[in-house]
Design a protein around this ligand. Structure first.
Ligand SMILES: *Cc1c(COP(=O)(O)O)cnc(C)c1O
Length: 307
């Protein structure tokens, strides 16, 4: 699968700013999203180097696991997913993952890394297994959003526009690291890239993004001054997957006025966080780009809540 630039368009909102959206939810594989953009890079390496089993980690609501399982099926590569035992939520993503015949292995949450190590060691005796970190973390995942950043720059040039802000949902921080690296490589130090945390507290989230940025930049031998990392943890609302009425009503507004799906776990929570952030910081008359990082199956899980 080839990645072609995803559409960017203006949204109709009640904000005092012009809000545009980049539709990574429309990437052409397995309901798209940032996990599809990252997966393409991982599978290029898997196919190029002849790996014959893929192993990854994720929860039952994971978009990452759906996309990896789907791509593994397409390329006829067996896929194993290690998942935390506590997590019993039935979601469309887990149903898709099973449909794609991925083997789901449960592990107690505090034993996940030993489970993965042991499983990889065992598999290596008979196969050439490839491990993808949860959420598609790592330099290949970062690369996906260095490329997306370039798409944004191209759009700006073509349409004679400048986005003062880029907002997006930040989870493992890989997407944000890619955007920060993209800005760093281009010397864009004024634009504000704001990751709205969907679960992690600031200290941990920030440190992981910083490390991913440093890992990537050193892998490409770049010594530019690093663009600012803004990681906002004010909008976590109770933690991963938790949401409130305000998030639901923001999702409903974006849907009915624009026909664009957002979800409570990632994009809807981040979109709501963005609107709150703009209000709280009294930001007006700016051009703002929100990246729809996908997760459309989660939108359908949420649909019955949008009354
Ligand atoms: C995983 C995910 C994110 C978070 O991306 P990271 O690169 O892990 O920070 C955001 N939105 C959606 C829809 C996701 O599936």
């Amino acid at each position: 699968m080839m990645i072609t630039p995803t559409p960017i368009h203006l949204l109709s909102t009640k904000s005092n700013n012009e809000i545009y959206i980049k539709r990574d939810d429309l990437l052409p594989f397995s309901f798209g999203g940032n996990k599809a953009r990252k997966a393409v890079n991982f599978f290029s390496e898997i196919l190029l180097k002849g790996y014959n089993v893929v192993v990854t980690y994720g929860s039952s609501s994971s978009n990452h696991c759906r996309v990896i399982a789907n791509m593994a099926y397409k390329y006829n590569i067996p896929c194993y997913i290690i998942t935390p035992q506590e997590d019993e939520k039935i979601t469309l993503n887990i149903e898709f993952t099973k449909l794609f015949k991925a083997q789901v292995l449960k592990s107690p949450i505090d034993k996940v890394s030993t489970t993965i190590d042991n499983f990889m060691t065992e598999l290596s005796k008979t196969h050439k297994p490839y491990f993808i970190q949860g959420g598609g973390h790592g330099n290949l995942g970062t690369q996906a959003y260095v490329d997306a950043y370039r798409e944004i720059k191209d759009y700006e040039k073509k349409n004679n526009i400048y986005f003062d802000y880029i907002f997006h949902a930040s989870g493992t921080g890989t997407t944000q690291a890619g955007l920060i690296c993209g800005a760093t490589l281009q010397g864009d130090l004024n634009r504000k890239i704001v990751g709205i945390s969907i679960a992690r507290k600031k200290e941990k989230g920030f440190a992981i993004i910083k490390k991913s940025v440093q890992d990537y930049l050193s892998s490409v031998g770049n010594n530019n001054k690093i663009a600012e990392i803004i990681f906002e943890d004010d909008y976590i609302y109770g933690g991963y997957g938790k949401y409130n009425e305000n998030i639901l009503s923001e999702i409903k507004n974006v849907l009915v006025y624009n026909g664009v799906p957002l979800n409570t776990t990632y994009t809807g929570k981040a979109f709501w966080g963005m609107m709150e952030y703009l209000k709280k910081n009294n930001i007006k008359n700016k051009k703002v780009l929100f990246i729809n990082t996908g997760g459309s199956p989660l939108f359908f899980d949420d649909l019955k809540e949008l009354k």
